[in-house]
Design a binder for this molecule. Structure first.
Ligand SMILES: Cc1cc2nc3c(=O)[nH]c(=O)nc-3n(C[C@H](O)[C@H](O)[C@H](O)COP(=O)(O)OP(=O)(O)OC[C@H]3O[C@@H](n4cnc5c(N)ncnc54)[C@H](O)[C@@H]3O)c2cc1C
Ligand code: SF4
Length: 505
């Protein structure tokens, strides 16, 4: 009997580890040949697997580590050594993966069964129980708030008996501040790569075509072991958690990490369990190390959003990956790869991705996805771009976030698009002050590109959007514009598109 763990299931606390004769890990490299992933993402995934192998062996477990091109090759080798073996694997999150794996195993004369995936809090049937109890007019749409409150009550996290800790379910009003001038967040930890990780990094550098060349990226810094991930969690709680809430939506030039935790990759790979991170956050609140707005804001992301998107994705696939309710078809502008643009906001956000394989949530949503949305980019291409560029990106998490939230290609997750003009960026960042474009102007040469794209986007999709929740105010501004203003907006938007296509925006 063999426990098969995938590269995103590196959870050594699993109580199933000791119930099996051996652990199988298959390091298949063909996926990395198919797309230009960020070198840090490839280094992270392969190094974390190898470190995990060594860690399990040190604990006395038998580990079969197969380095192959394709999964099937790894299974061939496994069944040559253990004919007819019974395999168990935690249920994978990617759509269709469970049936693909089962087929691969059955073709080789083995059997495969699934156990609870410890990298998520809920099993599919637990989420489905919540979904079945909702009162909704449309069973294919899901809204976070009800789910989140249900999760708080079910788990007792941040609850005072029946009431939410601090007296409110959310503290969003306190979480939209921008830091004072001169504010600098503490530098996030950098985990110096050891020999195993350095070896992987240089193999990645020579073996694959990547999102950026290794020497264009910053030095690799991500935790690849559980010890390092735990240390990253502690450093976050000690140094940045207190300010996380207030500056959650803020952006500051030159600050790629702000006060975010940078823990998503560790959690998505199984190095940290979501509940242990949530419990650490709760303890910080109880010990007075972080205020309620930070703690609730953080818990909402992990107990709420992460579980929510994982299961809405599961229930909305396969349609979600190809959804495109606004019929957007434009190719992404080259600036998404080069970072070469005068727009400070876009150049900062793409620069962070190129350097670190990471940009924080508000840059992902309100700069990278928002620009692609108002520009008219095809949601599937944007999803691929996120998938390739980010260290924490996997199909189950990019698809709902990029196709659902960012592109509004389906209304499964939200009732309105996260579309905004430059005024949002201006309110939440200092980017506009150094930008050669004028955020105050909508039209003419030098006007902020976001503005004309935003207004023409609203007009183009009026039929679909005017009646949707909370868009009334925006459409009252649309109604106020006269024909001459629309002509100038259309002209500026066309010019912006042309410059973007030529890589000259
Ligand atoms: C367009 C877009 C693309 C995204 N792509 C990814 C992705 O590829 N991988 C990924 O893990 N997250 C993704 N997210 C969600 C979120 O932006 C990241 O989880 C977060 O920025 C990671 O940084 P952090 O660990 O510093 O997060 P923090 O801001 O410190 O948040 C804490 C944790 O909450 C979880 N979380 C927060 N929001 C979400 C969410 N919407 N979905 C899932 N988990 C969430 C993450 O585990 C994160 O570590 C995306 C969001 C958007 C809008
Ligand atoms: S002016 Fe427009 S393009 Fe420049 S940083 Fe502000 S929002 Fe971005």
């Amino acid at each position: 009997m063999t426990l098969w763990l995938l590269g995103t299931q590196l959870d050594r606390a699993g109580d199933y580890l000791d119930d099996h004769d051996r652990v199988l890990l298959i390091e298949a490299s063909a996926f990395a040949d198919r797309r230009p992933y960020h070198p840090h993402k490839l280094t992270l995934v392969f190094a974390a697997m190898r470190q995990f192998r060594d860690d399990l062996r040190e604990r006395g477990l038998t580990v079969d580590y197969r380095q192959v091109e394709r999964f099937g090759d790894g299974l061939d080798a496994h069944f040559d050594a253990h004919p007819g073996d019974e395999l168990t694997v935690p249920r994978p999150a990617a759509h269709g993966a469970a049936s693909r794996l089962r087929e691969l195993v059955a073709d080789r004369g083995g059997t495969l069964s699934f156990v609870r995936n410890p990298t998520f809090l809920l099993t599919p049937s637990e989420f489905d129980e919540w979904a079945a109890c909702r009162t909704t007019n449309d069973p294919d749409t899901y809204r976070l708030e009800g789910f989140y409150r249900w999760m708080r009550r079910e788990t007792g996290v941040l609850m005072d008996g029946e009431e939410p800790a601090g007296g409110e379910w959310n503290f969003d009003e306190e979480n939209r501040e921008t830091p004072p001038e001169g504010w600098e967040p503490p530098e996030p930890p950098r985990f110096e790569p050891d020999e195993t990780t350095r070896e992987v990094a240089s193999w990645v550098d020579t073996a694959f075509d990547t999102f950026v060349d290794a020497d264009e990226a910053a030095p690799f810094r991500w935790p690849v072991t559980r010890e390092a991930a735990l240390s990253a969690l502690e450093t976050f709680v000690d140094a940045r958690f207190a300010e996380f809430g207030a500056y959650q939506d803020a952006m500051v030039e030159g600050e790629w990490a702000m006060s975010h935790s940078l823990l998503s990759a560790s959690i998505n790979l199984g190095l940290l369990r979501p509940m242990e991170v949530i419990e650490r956050a709760e303890r910080a609140y109880e010990a007075g190390e972080a205020p309620i707005n930070s703690v609730e804001g953080f818990v909402r992301q992990l107990l709420g959003w992460r579980e929510f998107v994982r299961h809405v994705y599961r229930r909305s696939m396969p349609g979600m990956a190809d959804a495109n309710q606004l019929d957007q078809t434009a190719e992404l502008p080259p600036a998404y790869w080069t970072g070469d643009t005068d727009m400070t906001c876009l150049s900062e956000a793409v620069g962070h991705v190129r350097e670190h394989g990471y940009a924080h949530h508000i840059e992902r949503l309100m700069v990278l996805a928002n620009f692609a949305l108002v520009y008219g980019a095809e949601p599937g291409e944007l999803n691929e771009w996120f998938h390739e560029g980010f260290v924490d990106a996997f199909h189950w998490v990019t698809t709902p976030n990029v196709v659902g939230m960012g592109s509004f290609a389906t209304d499964a997750l939200s009732s309105k698009p996260y579309a905004s003009s430059g005024s949002y960026v201006n309110r939440m960042s200092d980017y506009c002050s150094s930008c050669p474009y004028a955020v105050s102007r909508d039209t003419g040469e030098g006007a902020c590109p976001f503005n004309s794209l935003y207004w023409t986007f609203l007009r183009e999709h009026e039929e679909r959007l005017r009646g949707t929740g909370r868009m009334g105010l925006m459409y009252s501004h649309v109604d106020d514009k006269d024909a001459a203003e629309w002509d100038a907006l259309e002209e500026r938007a066309a010019r912006v598109r042309e410059l973007a296509r030529q890589g000259e925006l």
